[in-house]
Design a binder for this molecule. Structure first.
Ligand code: PLP
Length: 454
């Protein structure tokens, strides 16, 4: 990349000299140099070279209300002046965290009226792990420790989060997973369904939960955790048969169900939570990302009343973070949720923009490189293949990365998970902007195909 703006090189030098970037190959990043994002508005980003880029990923799935909303900046500034920090440890509280707890209880599924706040989604899942084990210990069943999770699920990057997640490339670094966490197959029909129909495969994948419970023994299982729709794993929308069968299994065995709503929560599916979309009845829900639209870090765990009733009998819960329920983050989250509600953003997603996005995206099915387009709400995935009928990939060609680079160079952010292109735009994306997204996506698919055929 040749730079027009001399400052770009200066920033890249600072990156090389001093910054270690998350989920990056440090050496490769030094060679290429990071793209410097300087400002943003609505669904668009600008880099230091003046390129305008349509952010098809809403940052990292988080910028629900779009960039540049002054109301959130004002809420933060006002709260910083009033009370910039106080903790919640020693029988104290402050108004923003209490207001936010009430508002979250209003939008959460029936019977989920309490929130434990954290600084991130990962910390939310760490909290979950400790709370699940504490819960069963209080109930006199301390052996119910094991958490069942899914291969290729994503639950964060702390030691517990990465262990709960099913990403083998994360497990390889740091001797993970920690004990007491086990993984079952994911409901990824396109990649792993073989000759089964999606419906058959959905039942098969759900039955893996029952088999695992029986293998370990229900007396040793504390909880099952899952994303309603796997995000980082490649926007994996399970077959229609999957969640109904999982619900039957959960009803049969005495274990807790945790919905990781870090991506699906706060409107991404066109409902407040992915659990609403699929009619799930979780005991706990992990939240982050859309909670503050990413304007400031905050996560949490929403807990069902029956679970809280047990925890109430357990004495101290010896867990918490310095920044649990941070007042500035809470004020920003409150303003974010106010905007989602007052501007009826989720209603509009459900009624208008998500159906439009899903329809337009599916038009890409006619492209020779596309094996499947799927999605729900403001989530979408495009599978890149060599052969549509057999779902055969271009082995070893790094097709997803080629396509991702074309997208970047043509003013669109789409992420690549292997050879699956994924999108998760801000919920406020308009129909015109959706048209632009799909047009650019098609162009990048054409450019990718040219490389493969050239
Ligand atoms: C991003 C994510 C997390 C982790 O959240 P952080 O804020 O990055 O710690 C957990 N679960 C899911 C489903 C996520 O997408």
């Amino acid at each position: 990349m040749t730079n027009k703006n001399p400052q770009t090189r200066e920033w890249q030098n600072l990156s090389n000299d001093h910054h270690l970037a998350p989920f990056s190959d440090f050496k490769q990043l030094k060679e290429v140099g990071p793209r410097i994002i300087t400002h943003a508005k609505g669904v668009y980003l600008w880099d230091s070279e003046g390129h305008k880029i349509l952010d098809g990923m809403a940052g990292l799935w988080c910028v629900a209300i779009g960039y540049g909303r002054d109301e959130l900046a004002d809420a933060a500034s006002q709260q910083m002046r009033e009370l910039p920090y106080y903790n919640l440890f020693f029988m104290t509280a402050h108004p923003p965290v209490l207001e936010l707890s009430k508002v979250i209880a209003q939008i959460a599924p029936e019977g989920m009226n309490h929130v434990f706040f954290t600084g991130s989604g990962s910390e939310g899942n760490d909290t979950m792990l400790r709370m699940v084990r504490h819960y069963w210990a209080i109930k006199g069943q301390p052996n119910k420790k094991t958490i069942i999770s899914r291969k290729n699920g994503y639950h964060g990057s702390t030691v517990a989060g990465a262990s709960l997640g099913g990403m083998t490339y994360m497990h390889e670094q740091g001797d993970l997973p920690i004990p007491g966490i086990t993984h079952i197959p994911q409901p990824y029909w396109f990649g792993e369904g073989g000759d089964m129909s999606p419906e058959e495969f959905g039942i098969w994948a759900a039955n893996q939960l029952e088999e695992k419970i029986l293998e370990i023994g229900v007396d040793n299982v504390g909880a099952f955790i899952a994303e309603p729709i796997q995000g980082a794993g490649g926007v994996i929308v399970p077959p229609d048969t999957y969640w109904p069968r999982i619900k039957e299994i959960l009803a049969k065995y005495d274990i807790l169900f945790v919905a990781d709503e870090v991506i699906c929560g706060f409107g991404r599916t066109g409902e407040w939570f992915g659990s609403d979309f699929y009619g799930l009845k979780p005991d706990m829900m992990t939240i982050a990302k859309g909670l503050t639209s990413g304007y400031i870090p905050m996560g949490g765990l929403i807990v069902r009343d029956e679970v809280v009733a047990v925890l109430n009998e357990g004495g101290d819960f010896n867990h918490g973070f310095t920044y649990s329920g941070h007042p500035v983050a809470a004020a920003v989250a409150l303003e974010n949720i106010r905007i989602l509600r007052d501007e009826k953003i989720i209603e509009k997603v459900q009624a208008e923009t998500a159906p439009y996005l899903q329809k337009r995206l599916r038009e890409l099915n006619d492209h020779p490189l596309v094996g499947e387009v799927r999605g729900v709400g403001m989530l979408g995935a495009i599978e890149l293949v060599q052969d549509k009928a057999t779902r055969k990939r271009y082995e070893g060609r790094g097709v997803g990365m080629i396509c991702r680079q074309f997208c970047f160079d043509n003013g669109l952010i789409m992420r690549a998970v292997g050879d699956t292109m994924i999108i998760s735009p801000p919920l406020v994306i308009s129909k015109d902007e959706i048209d632009e997204l799909v047009t650019k996506a098609r162009k990048c698919l054409d450019l990718t195909l040219e490389v493969l055929q050239g």
